[in-house]
Write a protein that binds this ligand. Sequence first.
Ligand code: FES
Ligand SMILES: [Fe+2]
Length: 339
Amino acid sequence: MSYYLKNTWYVAAWSEEVGREPLRRKLLDHELVLYRKEDGQPVAIGNMCPHRFAPLSMGKLIGDCIECPYHGLRFDETGQCVANPHGNKAIPPKARVPSFCIEERNGLIWIWGGDRGAADLDAIPDLSYLEEPATRTVSGSLHVEANYQLYIDNLVDLSHAQFAHADQLGVENFGNAELEVTEADEKVCVVLAIPDSELPPAMRAMAEEPEARGSFILEANWQLPSIVTNHIQFLKDSDEPVFKSFGTHILTPETKHTAHYFYGLTRRHRLDDPSVDDAVRAWHLRGFSEQDKPIIEAAARMMGDETDPVGMSTAPLPTDGGNVRARRILKQRIAEEAG
Ligand code: FES
Ligand SMILES: [Fe+2]
């Protein structure tokens, strides 16, 4: 059985990552090259030249085609070889690379993981808040050496913040946190509420009222196949948010044991303040690159070829409730797809 759901949309890149310089990226076990045509439309085709297997991503764009860096065969956006500079210039009949169904929406380039004919544009997850006016999103991405679901486990499990990110998100009253896990329409929602709290350190630099006390509420929403949006709020007694942000976390499998992690933080306050952008970038660097990544990668190495901790763990915790449910839904969908 496949380790990922095929007939669904995954993120291939943030829009700004793809331009007129070919971008090599391995996604869903496929070696791809991504680029934009002259009219700006993004293209994703196989990266391995069928002649002597040079990566097309090392080549150059000629109009809407890409030219192999080794002997100059040219391929168009459908993956078809359209020019051969050698001999009688005849194009070998089987000279083509695969092409992939991609769509740009909400500042992301999405790729369909299954058969082209089954691609359904209406099924692209709605992340339109990323493009709403009066918001600002600071984004980034990481390559990670862990199965994509181990990353989803981490994002759905809000309790890790108090330990893995103690210096950033730790608060004194964590022991009184209340956890709620709900599931509906193949979506899982986890809410962790910490009453009578100070603002956690990472939020102070971004908030309007850094010294406020109130309820620190973290919410994670998982949806198929591997998208988590989280909502961090800090409410004063009056229920007026002192801090509110939306986090976007999307995992795309690269191989069974590696993945691409796309993240962003969207805010609705202090939009034009570059010091807030810097604080968000500092949080991403500290939280994601220096704290989550080494722990998740090390745990993945401990697990060897296994990628599902649920059956393996002898120490289940109540805080695993959300990720166990998300895994169950995804497993069921993969099994259905495999027939
Ligand atoms: S390897 Fe691409 S043209 Fe020879
Ligand atoms: Fe984390």
